[in-house]
Design a protein around this ligand. Sequence first.
Ligand SMILES: [Zn+2]
Ligand SMILES: [Zn+2]
Ligand SMILES: [Zn+2]
Length: 93
Amino acid sequence: MKREKRLTRREKKEQDPTRAERLRHAAPHIHCVACGRHMEPEEFSGINPRGVYLTCDHGSRFPSCASCQVTAQYLIAEHDRTGQPIAKAGAWH
Ligand SMILES: [Zn+2]
Ligand SMILES: [Zn+2]
Ligand SMILES: [Zn+2]
């Protein structure tokens, strides 16, 4: 007797190739304002976070890599000085 074949993860993926993409779009998208790197929410917590939130004079919060903080602060200062939207780097993955 032939048993019902259970689908592997890969086969499920092949049946619904857009699922991963849809999930990715549903997740919050955080990108460093200075370099455009995609960041995960977990990066902002912990003892030594890789990501920080910087606040401008108007109280908007901007995500940045810890290593990009100086650049991000400069961009935010420019935004506060000129009143223009922050000149953030293009987002990439
Ligand atoms: Zn960055
Ligand atoms: Zn992203
Ligand atoms: Zn602002």
